[in-house]
Design a protein around this ligand. Structure first.
Ligand SMILES: Nc1ncnc2c1ncn2[C@@H]1O[C@H](COP(=O)(O)OP(=O)(O)OP(=O)(O)O)[C@@H](O)[C@H]1O
Ligand code: SF4
Ligand SMILES: [Mg+2]
Length: 370
C-alpha cells in the first residue's frame, strides 16, 4: 500500500457530459491479518452514456471489488479506498460523497445484478414487496403505482403471469426466474447504469443464453449503460462495445471488443483467447495459460504476469510496465506490457506471430507442430 491511501487530495474536474462513468486511479486494498491485499490497484476506465463495457479476467483479478467499490458496497474497514481515487458518475464524484447521497443514487440511477440472486433477494418478502419497496424508496410513488410498476417490470423481463408472480417468494422460483426478478428489480427505476457481475454463472447453459439476450435487448431498449463483469471472453464478444482486461488488480489491456478479441496486444489477453474452448477448436490443441494468478501477498517485483508470460525477458523482472498506448491505434487502445515500448519492438513482432499461429492451430487451420 502507498501513502496515497491515507492523504486526502482535492478532487479533479468532472469528465465530459457524454461520459457517464469515469473511474480514475481506483485503489481498493484490504487490511487482513496476513497483510494487505491490493485487490484493485490503480484502475482507470470510462463508460459513455448508453454504452457497454466488459471487464474480464481470471478469478481473483479484482473485477467484483471494482464493481463493489463503484457501488460503495464494501465495508470500510477492512477495505481501504485510495484518497486520490475518484469515481465520477453522471457528473458527480461518488467515491467520496456522503453515504446518504450515495444511497439515493444506488438502486435508482445505478443498479447492480449479482451472480447468485438467491443471496441477493430477501427470502421473507414476496417478489412484489421487494420490487415495490425499491420503487417507493426512489420514486416516491403510491403503493398502488409501485405495484403496477413491479408488474410491468416483471413483464418486461419475460416473466409470465406477473400479476400472480408478485405474490411468490424467491425460493418458489427457478434460478433463471430469480435472475429475471433481479434484473426486473434493477431496472424498475430505469437506471442510467446497470452493473452485472457474472449474471449468468450460476445458471445452466440454455438459461444463460436467454438471460444474456434479455440483458442485451433491455439495454438497447432503455438506453442504459451496461458494465458487464465476466471471466468469459465469448460473452464479451457477444455483449459489449469496449473491454477492460484485468490481471492481479490492474488493467492490462483495453480497447474495443473487436480490437481486444481479434488483435490482443497483452500476452495475458493472448493467453486467455488461446484458451477459449470454441466449437472450432474442438479437436485442435487447447492452450491454457500456465501457472496461477499470483498471491496478493507475493506479487512479482515488476510485471505481475512475468512468471507466467512466454515472452518475458530481463526488463519484465526489473521495471513494472505501464499501460502503454498501442502503436498505430486510437487513444483508448492500451496494453500494460514492455512489448509496446521501443525496447520490445522485435519481440512484439515475434509474439504477435506466435499468437496468430496458436489461434490458427486452435481453429484446426494449421497442423499443430507439437
Ligand atoms: N472482503 C475481502 N477481504 C479480503 N480480501 C478480499 C475481500 N474481497 C476480495 N478480496 C480479495 O481481492 C482480490 C480480488 O477479488 P475479486 O472478488 O474482485 O476477484 P474477481 O476478479 O471478482 O474474481 P472471481 O472471478 O472469482 O469473481 C482477491 O485476491 C480476493 O481474495
Ligand atoms: S511486460 Fe514482459 S512479462 Fe509482462 S506481459 Fe509484457 S512481455 Fe510479458
Ligand atoms: Mg467476482
Amino acid at each position: 500500500m502507498t501513502e496515497t491511501l491515507s492523504a486526502p487530495a482535492p478532487l479533479g474536474s468532472p469528465p465530459a457530459h457524454e461520459v457517464l462513468l469515469d473511474v480514475r486511479d481506483m485503489k481498493t486494498h484490504f487490511k487482513v491479518l496476513d497483510g494487505i491485499v491490493p485487490a484493485v490497484d490503480g484502475v482507470s476506465f470510462s463508460l459513455g452514456r448508453g454504452q457497454t463495457l466488459g471487464i474480464v479476467g481470471e478469478s481473483g483479478s479484482g473485477k467484483s471489488v471494482t464493481a463493489l467499490t463503484i457501488m460503495r458496497l464494501l465495508d470500510i474497514p477492512p477495505a481501504v479506498i485510495g484518497a486520490e481515487s475518484e469515481v465520477w458518475f453522471d457528473g458527480r464524484e461518488i467515491l467520496h460523497m456522503p453515504l446518504d447521497s450515495m444511497r439515493r443514487i444506488r438502486g435508482k440511477d445505478m443498479a447492480m445484478i449479482f451472480q447468485e440472486p438467491l443471496t441477493s433477494l430477501n427470502p421473507v418478502l414476496s417478489i412484489g414487496e421487494q420490487i415495490g419497496e425499491q420503487v417507493r424508496l426512489h420514486l416516491k410513488v403510491s403503493r398502488h403505482e409501485a405495484r403496477d410498476r413491479s408488474i410491468e417490470s416483471l413483464r418486461s423481463v419475460g416473466i409470465p403471469s406477473p400479476e400472480a408472480r408478485i405474490k411468490q417468494f424467491p425460493h418458489e422460483m427457478s434460478g433463471g426466474m430469480r435472475q429475471r426478478v433481479m434484473i426486473a428489480m434493477a431496472l424498475s427505476c430505469e437506471p442510467k447504469l446497470l452493473i452485472a457481475d457474472e449474471p449468468t454463472t450460476a445458471l445452466d447453459v440454455t438459461i444463460q443464453a436467454q438471460i444474456l439476450e434479455l440483458l442485451k435487448v433491455i439495454q438497447q431498449r432503455t438506453g442504459s449503460a451496461l458494465l458487464l463483469i465476466t471471466h468469459d471472453l465469448g460473452v464479451v464478444a457477444e455483449m459489449v462495445d469496449h473491454v477492460v482486461v484485468m490481471y492481479a488488480g490492474q488493467v492490462v489491456e483495453q480497447g474495443t471488443a473487436n480490437e481486444v478479441m481479434l488483435e490482443p496486444k497483452a500476452p495475458y489477453t493472448m493467453g486467455l483467447l488461446e484458451s477459449i474452448p470454441t466449437a472450432e477448436k474442438r479437436g485442435g490443441r487447447l492452450s491454457v495459460i500456465k501457472g496461477v494468478v499470483p498471491s496478493p501477498f507475493h506479487l512479482p517485483p515488476a510485471c505481475r504476469f512475468e512468471p507466467r508470460c512466454p515472452y518475458a525477458w530481463d526488463l519484465c523482472h526489473e521495471v513494472a510496465p505501464e499501460l502503454y498506448p498501442v502503436v498505430g491505434s486510437g487513444s483508448g487502445r492500451r496494453a500494460r506490457c514492455h512489448l509496446h515500448q521501443a525496447a520490445g519492438e522485435s519481440r512484439r513482432v515475434a509474439a504477435l506471430e506466435l499468437h496468430a499461429d496458436a489461434m490458427r492451430v486452435g481453429r484446426g487451420l494449421k497442423e499443430d507442430p507439437a
